[in-house]
Design a protein. Sequence first.
Length: 319
Amino acid sequence: MTGSLKYNETGDELTTTGRMKTTPCISKSASGRQPGSVKRALPVPADKISKRRRPFEGAAAEKPKGNKGASASAGSSKPKPGLAQSQVEKAVLALCTHLSRGFSGGVKQDMLLGEVSQIFIVLNTKQMPKEASGAKSMKPVRLDLPHAWRSLVETEVSLIVKAPQSAVKDRLAAQGASGVKVIGIDKLKKKYVPFEAKNKLRAANDLMLADDRVLPQLPPLLGSGFFKSNKLPLPIDVRKSDLAGEIERCVGAAILRPGRGTCCSLVVASSTQPQREIVANIISATEQVVQRLKGRWGNVQGVHLRVANGVSLPLYTTC
């Protein structure tokens, strides 16, 4: 069919009869897109990408920073394990007050009678110490204190030596320590063989010292009495020039005896000392003992302060 196309005033194509030409209706979705079509996002300029930030992103980024700072401050404020000086001072004050008033229950009143009470620290560990063998398992250890808790003048001391005892006696006499009893290893083997002689030697001395070169020979010579009473001799180097001064330092020091359990006890002060000296000795001795433990303060269950036949005051405890 031939003919020219006609259009109305709006530009719509008309049929030959004059009616507007219609086209098939294509359905659209609610969003205005045709079914099956893919929505393409418009490109965003590069200069505007950094400026488009949601509000919650900044808050989320700052939140971990704030928690990190809080955790760091909390970690820095964690108390360091060890004895608190204020707690030690309170315990020493309470103990000295208790001694000055005398023991309750009819027990002797040391301070009123003018007698001296030895002050102990008792340290308990969480783990058993490693089993040791040989001379090291029985060797006492000297712990030097800031303030000597006893003097050589008021202490009965015996020194077992390897060298001829006369030479050592002359050295001590020249240095003003003639009160120290010197025993040669040969004399010990001959004179102190009976059980009664060994017990008499142990009871007559407040402190036993021995030349470190003869220390491994002493356990069988001294007998079981020294083991049971924990009075094995403390090793000393007699070759030092100031032998009297070395003995004086041994007398005033704390002595850590070997043990096989989770508890160790040692004398660190006396009731005649000022309270500030007692506090300093307690802190120093405790720190030296802890440094010799496996695990250091992590292995310490508790530290207590006590006197013989008296009360026990806590200085440090853990859960």
